[in-house]
Design a binder for this molecule. Structure first.
Ligand code: ZN
Length: 656
């Protein structure tokens, strides 16, 4: 493991707290040490308060901050005296502990101190670093984990048997650490959990972390228990509707729609085809830190119902042992191991699924290495239940607000690089959907940089490209719930006497034919949408009220409207709703060049400004107006509406 300390970088961080920030970020940069908000660090500093009295403060990582990006404000300053007193109490619930840690803050605006704050306070060293390093949990999650830790480190670390994180763990360390620490002690290993190191300087504590983990890695290599998998994503998903059906099933069990992302590559496929995958994957996560994100166990195969039944039994078996008022979490898996699809990560958002994926990729390496070492053995079921149903987690569950309208759902928008399509993507993202945006403009891949948006350069008039786009949608997010048919062209104004076949055909190919292909290919997926499929068609005012000089455009949009009406009739039985919007005079789109705008205005003998608000309400209609309505058409307000045609035109006397 590489030591990332750099003297010239460190020189930019003046003072103890800033150096604490620097080495915390170094830890956070290495996913083999900490993943997604895991791990925590602290520094003890003496300061004068408002009254001139000197007091010792513990600056400990605040919850909600990631080590990789932490700043000084991410460390919560708590009074050491108060925290050390807490450690002397015979018992304290974790909810009370969290409350007392807030009471001990010297800054009411600081984040909640880490649940491991008391433990940091107890260790009599200035700097304390804590990680759930892969190599350490690999060694400790084996049949003879403690002996192996002794083999590697001798007396240099204090070993603490597994205790649930929180107050109980702090108490256990308070008792065992002073008993076993010697002047040679440089670290503390928590079995089935992780590693603490400490030092008088930020560098000393960090160096010890890297050195100890490097020794564990060297031990694994020496025992032939080190293997680095090469990840090479398989290009195509072979059976998209099968994955969408699995997503429908997982969503049903969860009670809400979820996203699935499938990763079939060398690492994941070799694990799912491991001869003993059923045993080795069913023993629980590598460290308590992973339990909440990946659930106790992955599902092997596709029997979601059996998984949910086993989960309910597990809950009933242990719930009685703990607080009587436990609320059962949804019984859906967060990781699925499938022979064809590889590793499937489940989440209510794309970010949640990405975290589950990364944690499980690390888990695979940890399990395989521990197996090579003589046998993977994770925490027992009762211990895992205790973490999964931790009173702090239950409290968080009660606080959690209502999810967004389209949380866990997937939308595909055509022509999404600009104008109405881009605005639709924004409206859907704002409502919590994961969005795939298609556009012939290659800039589509850069339009939004976020995990819940995937931009694909795609010519919608090419059936093969549409097939690939749908397949990638399912691979990335698990299915398709909403389809926004927006891509279209608006040829230059031309009277029928001058209209050639090529222009007519090209307009129909994009405005009509491409949408037939997309509807046909998407039908099997929309049918599997957990809350029913929805299609919103962006047609045109020109359907009810065509204009001279726009024959090809008006006719192609009229044909599209008729196609959508037939789809509404045919697909109602599949619980798919199809509705149509007729926008007019939306000028902030890719269709409207200044040239076209001036030509149309001149045609009506108006200025461009008059032309823009030429409607009954005298209102300018913007892309966002159309997009918001398209998104709402897919939402619960229109749950009982299909086949409708709605104008978004500021009012038009020819339409009314
Ligand atoms: Zn920990």
């Amino acid at each position: 493991m590489q030591n990332l300390w750099n003297d010239s970088d460190a020189a930019h961080y003046a003072g103890e707290l800033n150096l604490r920030v620097y080495t915390s970020r170094l830890l956070g940069r290495n996913p083999d040490l900490v993943l997604h908000g895991g791990g925590n660090t602290s520094v003890k500093i003496r300061e004068h308060n408002l009254f001139g009295v000197e007091e010792e403060l513990l600056y400990v990582k605040g919850s909600g901050w990631n080590l990789e990006t932490i700043e000084a404000a991410g460390f919560a300053p708590v009074r050491m005296a108060h925290v050390l007193k807490l450690a002397q109490l015979p018992a304290l619930s974790d909810v009370q502990m969290a409350r007392e840690l807030r009471v001990a803050l010297t800054n009411p605006a600081a984040p909640d101190p880490s649940v491991e704050a008391i433990l940091h306070a107890l260790l009599p060293y200035k700097f304390v670093d804590h990680t759930h390093a892969d190599a350490i949990v690999t060694l400790t999650n084996t049949t003879d984990g403690e002996a192996r830790i002794r083999d590697v480190y001798g007396e240099r670390v204090v070993v603490i048997p597994y205790v649930m994180p929180g107050f109980k763990l702090a108490k256990a360390c308070a008792e065992l650490f002073p008993k076993h620490a010697t002047p040679q002690t440089v670290g503390m290993v928590l079995l089935n959990h992780g590693l603490f190191t400490f030092g008088e300087t930020a560098k000393e504590s960090y160096d010890r972390m890297i050195d100890l983990v490097t020794e564990a890695e060297a031990y694994l290599k020496q025992k032939g228990a080190w293997r680095i998998a090469v990840a090479a994503e398989r290009a195509e998903l072979r059976h998209p509707p099968e994955l969408a059906a699995l997503r429908q099933e997982v969503s049903r069990v969860a009670g809400f729609p979820v996203l699935l992302s499938a990763h079939a590559d060398e690492q994941t496929l070799s694990f799912v085809h491991h001869t003993r995958v059923n045993e080795i994957s069913q023993q629980g996560p590598a460290t308590p830190d992973h339990v909440i994100r990946t659930k106790r166990l992955p599902l092997v195969g596709r029997d979601v119902q059996a998984y949910a039944a086993a989960y309910r039994e597990y809950f009933e078996r242990y719930a009685a042992w703990f607080t009587p008022a436990l609320t059962m979490l949804d019984p859906a898996p967060r990781v699925i191991l499938d022979e064809e699809f590889g590793l499937i990560a489940v989440g209510r958002t794309a970010a949640e699924a990405a975290i589950a994926e990364e944690i499980y990729r690390h888990t695979i390496d940890i399990i395989l290495r521990a197996e090579a070492l003589g046998g993977w053995r994770a925490l027992g079921e009762a211990e895992l239940f205790e973490v999964e149903y931790w009173d702090l987690e239950q409290a968080k569950l009660k606080r959690g607000g209502a999810p967004k309208m389209f949380a866990g759902e997937v939308a595909l928008v055509t022509g999404a690089a600009s104008g109405i399509g881009k605005a639709c993507a924004e409206s859907l993202l704002a409502r919590g959907a994961a969005v795939v945006g298609l556009d012939v403009n290659p800039a589509i891949t850069e339009v939004f940089k976020r995990a819940d948006f995937h931009g694909l350069a795609c010519d919608v008039s090419d059936a093969a490209q549409i097939g690939r786009a749908l397949s990638q949608t399912v691979q990335r997010y698990g299915g398709l719930d909403m389809l926004i048919l927006n891509a279209g062209i608006f040829p230059a104004s031309r009277r029928i006497a001058e209209l050639d076949d090529e222009e007519w055909t090209r307009t129909f190919r994009i405005n009509t034919d491409a949408n037939l292909t997309l509807l046909r290919e998407a039908h099997a997926l929309l049918k599997l949408a957990p809350r029913g499929g929805r299609v919103a068609v962006i047609a045109s005012k020109n359907v009810p009220a065509p204009g001279p000089g726009a024959a090809a455009y008006s006719a192609s949009k009229a044909a599209l409207t008729q196609l959508a009406r037939v789809a509404a009739l045919e697909w109602g039985a599949d619980n798919i709703r199809v509705n149509i919007l007729h926008p007019d005079a939306v000028f902030d789109t890719g269709l409207w060049t200044d040239e076209i705008l001036q030509a149309r205005a001149a045609h009506y003998k108006l200025t461009v400004e008059e032309y823009k608000t030429k409607n009954i309400l005298r209102a300018e209609v913007k892309s966002r107006d159309v997009a918001e309505l398209a998104a709402e058409l897919c939402g619960p307000l229109f749950a009982k509406t299909t086949g409708a045609q709605i104008p978004v035109d500021g009012g038009n006397d020819r339409v009314i």
